[in-house]
Design a protein around this ligand. Sequence first.
Ligand code: 8DG
Ligand code: MG
Ligand code: MG
Length: 146
Amino acid sequence: AERAAPVPRVAVVVYILKGKSVLMGRRLSSAGDSSHFTFALPGGHLEFGEEFEECAVREVKEETGLDIEKTEFLTVTNVPFLNDPKPSHYVTISMRAVLSDPSQVPENLEPNKCSGWDWYDWDHLPNPLFWPMKKMIRSGFNPFPV
Ligand code: 8DG
Ligand code: MG
Ligand code: MG
């Protein structure tokens, strides 16, 4: 059943770092409707009782088949999608991680939601980026360790 009144939800997204690259795929559906086909990170909704790290590991496994480690909190952003056909609002937790085994290859396990995963050089990110990511990067955000 639909909620009586909309509320903000918590999302966890993951910058999987490999050398100077991050894993992204084109979004095909779900919230952020107006930004269909934009490049975004793996991630999803925090479940009841879950740690951010657990959610990151779970969503990455569900969406890409990849096993990650060294999962770390980076930052939190406020992400309202008020102008979407079905308005939503997320408090988005950004995490970073690396592959447990660097030879692993991502699989597109949710082809209804994503066009496929690939690695993109941080200095040559693809366009168009999902706007929450674009906004973070424009404000100087960088997921790589200094
Ligand atoms: P789930 O059922 O697996 O829990 O959800 P999902 O289908 O995987 O959710 P999602 O849309 O992938 O992620 C939840 C929300 O997180 C999304 O609607 C908006 C917010 N979000 C951001 N930035 C990003 C991003 O870069 N990638 C993804 N996937 N979601 C993001 O604010
Ligand atoms: Mg998901
Ligand atoms: Mg997702």
